[in-house]
Design a protein around this ligand. Structure first.
Ligand code: ADP
Length: 293
């Protein structure tokens, strides 16, 4: 059984990573080079207040444009959405509909051109890079399609890396629980190349769960797996929601994956065009019709 998330304190030490791509920066809690600090004064207060709210993420009037003039692309167009605590929300839509852009903005990996995003009551669009980095490190977990494990590290070292970078000690009991839940006990000394795709993704999920994030974002987490491994990963994500109330947001194009969600958002041309509750694969396939792509 997974045990409930609880609050913890943290201390920091300098990042061990000199540079990284967006995915690795997300894992390490690094900042993307963007706007400067605007307001960190009430972060702790907002954190305390937000523990009681049902919304973990709230986006309001979010737009994201790339480029300028004739070549400008509106990837997100005035999106407002709230993500409920302790639920699994799937985000679907044709290629180019804005799924990745939405996920990156909700997770604080990218900034909207307009609008605001609150995570646990904190407006992350008002945070400077350092505060945003800390917030991401403390509150957000990431799982990617291609796992993003460091090849020279063992599974155990990969799982512990973000906390190690943050200078935090994992709760040993929680570490054991996560390892048991992910079924990795006898794989901890293996390097990624010695693990199957499903096992590597379980390592990535264990790494994300270890810091007890307020929200775990998964970008096509089964997109690179066979059906058996996919099934395991989906069950694991679902269990994390049911057992400990983990909040999960999963981008997927796969109706089988979306069928484990409590709620499914459908994007088309940068807008949320459908928002439905728990659905069967057939219902999801029907809902996808007419979205294009
Ligand atoms: P999805 O994840 O649904 O495939 P994306 O969010 O990746 O969609 O992209 C939405 C739109 O924004 C697409 O038209 C895409 O080409 C465009 N886009 C995404 N990222 C960039 C970027 N860095 N520069 C320019 N256009 C981009």
């Amino acid at each position: 059984m997974l045990i409930p998330r609880r609050s913890r304190t943290c201390r920091t030490r300098p990042s061990l990573l000199a540079r990284g791509d967006q995915s690795n920066a997300a894992i390490a809690g690094q900042s993307t080079p963007r706007r400067k600090l605007a307001n960190v004064g009430s972060v702790q207060q907002a954190q305390l207040q937000s523990e009681q709210t049902t919304q973990v993420v709230a986006a309001s009037g979010v737009s994201r444009r790339y480029g300028e003039g004739d070549t400008a692309v509106t990837a997100l167009n005035d999106v407002s959405v709230e993500i409920e605590r302790g639920k699994l929300t799937a985000v679907m839509g044709p290629s180019g509909s804005g799924k990745s852009t939405l996920m990156h903005i909700l997770a604080g990996l990218d900034r909207p051109t307009e609008g605001s995003v609150l995570i646990d009551g904190i407006d992350i669009t008002q945070l400077g890079d350092d505060a945003l980095t800390r917030l991401r490190r403390d509150k957000i977990g990431f799982v990617f399609q291609f796992f993003n494990l460091l090849p020279m590290l063992t599974a155990r070292e990969n799982i512990l890396l973000p906390m190690s970078i943050a200078g935090r000690e994992p709760d040993p009991q929680w570490f054991d629980t996560v390892i048991d839940e992910t079924g990795l006990r006898d794989r901890l000394t293996h390097r990624p190349a010695e693990l199957s795709g499903g096992q590597q993704q379980r390592v990535a999920i264990a790494r994300a769960l270890l810091s007890r994030p307020a929200v775990l974002f998964a970008d096509e987490p089964t997109g690179n797996l066979d059906s058996t491994a996919s099934d395991e990963i989906l069950q694991l994500l679902r269990r994390s929601v049911d057992s400990v109330g983990q909040t999960v947001v999963m981008v997927t194009h796969d109706p089988i994956a979306a069928a484990i969600a409590d709620r499914i958002l459908f994007l088309s041309d940068g807008r949320i065009v459908k928002d439905i509750g728990r659905s069967t694969e057939d219902q999801i396939v029907d809902a996808m019709k007419g979205l294009g792509g």
